[in-house]
Design a protein around this ligand. Sequence first.
Ligand code: B1M
Length: 219
Amino acid sequence: MKELLNKMRVSVLEGEEEDAVALAKQALAEKLDLKTVMDEGFVLGIREAGQLYAEGEYYLPDLVCSADAMKSALAILDEALKKPASGFTSKGKIVMTTVQGDVHDIGKIIVGAMLTAVGYEIYDLGSDVPNVVVLEAIYKIKPDVVGLSALLTTTMVEQKNIIEDLKVAGTRNGVKVIVGGAPVTHEWANKIGADGYSDDAISAVELVNRLLLREGMKA
Ligand code: B1M
C-alpha cells in the first residue's frame, strides 16, 4: 500500500496525468480506502508541487501539470467519494464556491464530495465566481449553509465581502456561512463573522453537522 501511495504522490508531483488516472482506477478496482488514497497519496503530491513552486524550483507550467494530474485523478474518484449511503434523503442544501478572483478548486471539490457522501445536497457554483452570482444563488437556492473557499491571501477578503453583502441584504441570519482554504484560520473566520471554519474535508463535515444540529435543536 505504501508503495502505491507513493506512486500516487509522484504522479501528481511530476504532472504525469496518465499515471495519476491509472492509479486512481487501480484504487477503485482494489477498493482501497479513498480517504487514505487522497490524504496520503495524491494530495501530498499537489502540496509538494506547491512547496517547490514557492521555493522557485517549479515554474507555473509545472504547477499547472501537477494540478491537471490531480484533477484527473479526482475526477475518477469523485463518484465513489460522493456515493451516498443507501436510502438517501437530503440532510440539507449547501452552496459551495471558490470566491471571486480565485481559481483553486481542488480542496473545495474534495469538501463537496465528502459532504455529498454523508447526505447533503451540494450546489457547486465553481471557482472564481463573482460575488453577485454567489448572492443570486443564495437567494434562489435558499441553502442551509454556504461554503466559501479561498486559497489566496488576496482573495480571502471576498469571504468577508459576501458576509457583508448578506447583512446588507438582510439575509445573513437565514444561512450559515462556513469558510476554508489553506490561508484561512479560526481567527479570520471569527473576525469576519463566519459561522465556522474547518481546515479539511472531514472537519468540514463535522462542522456542518454541528451547525445544523444546533439549529435544529433551537427550532
Ligand atoms: Co496556486 N497558489 N496559484 N495554483 N496553488 C497556492 C495557493 C500557493 C500557496 C502556492 C505557493 O506559492 N506555495 C500560492 C498562494 C500564495 C498566497 O496567496 N499567499 C499560489 C499562487 C501564488 C498562485 C498563482 C497566483 C500563481 C501565478 O499565477 N503566479 C495562481 C492564482 C490564480 C488565481 O487563482 N487567480 C495560481 C494557480 C494555480 C494553478 C491553476 C496552477 C493550480 C490550481 C488548480 C485548481 O485548483 N484547479 C494551483 C495549485 C494546485 C496550488 C497549490 C499547489 C495546491 C492547492 C491545492 O489544490 N491543494 C497551492 C499550494 C498549497 O496549498 N500548498 C497553491 C490541495 C487541496 C486538497 O488542499 O486546497 O488547501 P486545499 O483544501 C483543503 C483545505 O484547505 C480545506 O479542505 C481541503 C481538503 O482537505 N478546504 C476547506 C478548502 N476549502 C475549504 C472550504 C471549506 C472548508 C474547508 O468550507 C467552505
